[in-house]
Write a protein that binds this ligand. Structure first.
Ligand SMILES: Nc1nc2c(ncn2[C@@H]2O[C@H](COP(=O)(O)OP(=O)(O)OP(=O)(O)O)[C@@H](O)[C@H]2O)c(=O)[nH]1
Ligand SMILES: [Mg+2]
Length: 235
């Protein structure tokens, strides 16, 4: 392994650069459906808010689906983000409604409204809770009755450490994850796990979260990431 920071950075950039890192928004097969999954508190709802605003600013019409139906507060949190992002939202008709049916209704509204994108928020779930993990399969199947799923984004908190690998493995098995969102990279965590995720699981990191505000996200840049990581290691 080269010892100078500059060579190390270049090597990292080379290893981290992938052709499938962009969001899959060019097939023309509308509406694009994005399913957002992950463990509790990883940053799913916040990421959806940020992404929706960015899409709206790019003139995409977005519908959000509040398929986290267990807590009324979760629906309200998504509704607040929908307001900020000027997106429509499909709410459950009652607390505890089957999340798969909310997902179905979200795609239904997106089709009816000629929306470009439907983004479905899901409840946080631990990867070792079989029932909850199976529920993701049910949500997928409900969506696929009407549309293809374009992206399944797995949101991972950068402070998670090695457990991120176990999370990614388990979610990929049930939900066919297409990309990772690495949140909370604004904190002390430098997200060294990004490298392991890409290498061990062959999953691209697509987005990163760098704060709690609506603009605090970015598309993953191997260059920026490697710079930060190498600077951090050499401190
Ligand atoms: N610093 C920082 N905080 C973040 C980031 N993303 C989310 N958060 C915070 O993390 C906390 C949890 O975020 P949520 O978006 O509610 O996470 P969630 O995955 O939807 O949580 P559940 O629905 O409860 O599973 C909130 O306080 C967010 O403001 C980020 O990139 N940086
Ligand atoms: Mg949430």
């Amino acid at each position: 392994m080269p010892s100078c920071g500059c060579c190390l950075k270049d090597l990292l950039v080379e290893k981290l650069t992938r052709s499938d890192a962009a969001l899959n928004l060019s097939t023309g097969d509308l509406p694009y459906v994005i399913l957002v999954v992950g463990v509790n508190g990883a940053g799913k709802t916040t990421t959806i808010g940020k992404l929706s605003r960015w899409l709206k600013d790019g003139d995409w019409n977005v519908v959000l689906g509040a398929a986290d139906t267990f807590r009324a507060a979760a629906v309200e949190q998504l509704a607040t983000w929908a307001d900020r992002a000027e997106a429509k939202i499909v709410r459950p008709e009652r607390e505890g409604q089957d999340p798969a049916s909310v997902a179905y209704q979200t795609v239904e509204l997106a089709l009816r409204d000629d929306a470009d994108i439907a983004i479905i928020d899901t409840a946080g779930r631990l990867q070792n809770k079989k029932d909850l993990m199976d529920e993701l399969g049910k949500i997928r199947r409900a969506v696929e009755k009407q549309a293809r799923i374009t992206e399944v984004l797995l949101v991972i908190d950068a402070t998670t450490g090695q457990n991120a690998i176990a999370q990614a493995k388990a979610f990929t098995e049930v939900a066919d994850v297409t990309g990772i969102v690495m949140t909370k990279l604004d904190g002390t965590a430098k997200g060294g796990i990004v490298y392991s995720l890409q290498q061990q699981l062959d999953l691209p990191v697509k987005l990163v979260g760098v704060g709690e505000g609506i603009n605090d996200f970015a598309f993953f840049s191997p260059e920026e990431f490697a710079k930060g990581l190498v600077a951090y290691r050499s401190k």
